[in-house]
Design a binder for this molecule. Structure first.
Ligand code: SAH
Length: 243
């Protein structure tokens, strides 16, 4: 079960709110306002909203941008990559939970594209076991540093190319792609359990948030059923690693 207390790093990190009279309170208020906005934008899943309320997004962005951390926008995190927009994180995870039709509760979940680690931290509030893979080593390390104070034992960060998924730890209840691609690779779909769900931004210039659900066990019908959601804008999924 998800506890109600926010996940605030144990020590003030200087670059966040160390100068505020009551460190933590300002960001908590902004985060609460963000959650209320998400509700107005149509996110109804209470557990997703609670997870979004717990993860301090400001610790995942540079000090110069921390004041904008709770705006509903993607922000640069270096290496020409971005932290995902809160609405898109919330939507992707709500879609996964809504469509999932496995015979057991959700278990292992994979994120491709850790970036700064924000969505991975939200996922670790919702799922019992999360792996997140990142192809840029410097970002993988940055995510490690950002996430260390949150001490999320369910979260496993991996450096590597996730375009082929991560069969070593699969199959997964869900796979969330945090970078855009023209088409969902079959090799990723094959790493879902029956009833499992993959969410990805699909399209070349403009993208649509798309979900694919694998046929639940014992049911008739097609092996894969697609669902389409919002228009979104993600950085592209690329092959190979950057050291
Ligand atoms: N999940 C992040 C957003 C990351 S942006 C958040 O919560 O804010 C997308 C990330 O996907 C980038 O860091 C990019 O380097 C990474 N990426 C792109 N192609 C990849 C691949 N093939 N394997 C792993 N990571 C990839």
């Amino acid at each position: 079960m998800v506890a109600k207390t926010p996940l605030v790093p144990p020590k003030p990190r200087g670059r966040t709110e160390a100068d505020a009279p009551q460190p933590g309170l300002a960001s908590e208020r902004l985060r609460q306002a963000m959650v209320e906005r998400l509700q107005r934008q149509g996110i109804a899943d209470a557990e997703v909203l609670q997870a979004m309320a717990r993860v301090p997004r400001h610790v995942f962005v540079d000090a110069a941008l921390a004041s904008r951390a709770y705006e509903d926008t993607a922000l640069p995190i270096g290496h020409r990559q971005t932290i995902s927009q809160p609405f898109v994180v919330a939507r992707s995870l709500a879609v996964v939970r809504d469509l999932y039709a496995g015979s057991a509760p959700m278990d292992r979940v994979l994120e491709v594209g850790t970036g700064c680690g924000y969505q991975a931290a939200v996922m670790a509030q919702l799922f019992p076991w999360v792996a997140s893979i990142e192809r840029i080593e410097a970002l993988h390390q940055q995510a490690r540093r950002n996430l260390a104070p949150l001490a999320l034992g369910r979260l496993h960060l991996i450096f590597g190319d996730g375009l082929q998924g991560l069969p070593k730890y699969g199959p997964y209840s869900a796979i969330v792609l945090a970078a855009g691609l023209a088409q969902v690779p079959q090799v990723l779909l094959d790493q879902l359990i029956p009833g499992g769900v993959l969410v990805a931004p699909v399209g070349a210039s403009s993208q649509t948030l798309v979900a694919m659900r694998r046929r639940p066990e014992g049911q008739a019908g097609p092996e894969w059923v697609p669902f389409a959601y919002d228009e979104v804008s993600f950085v592209p999924m690329l092959a190979g690693v950057v050291r």
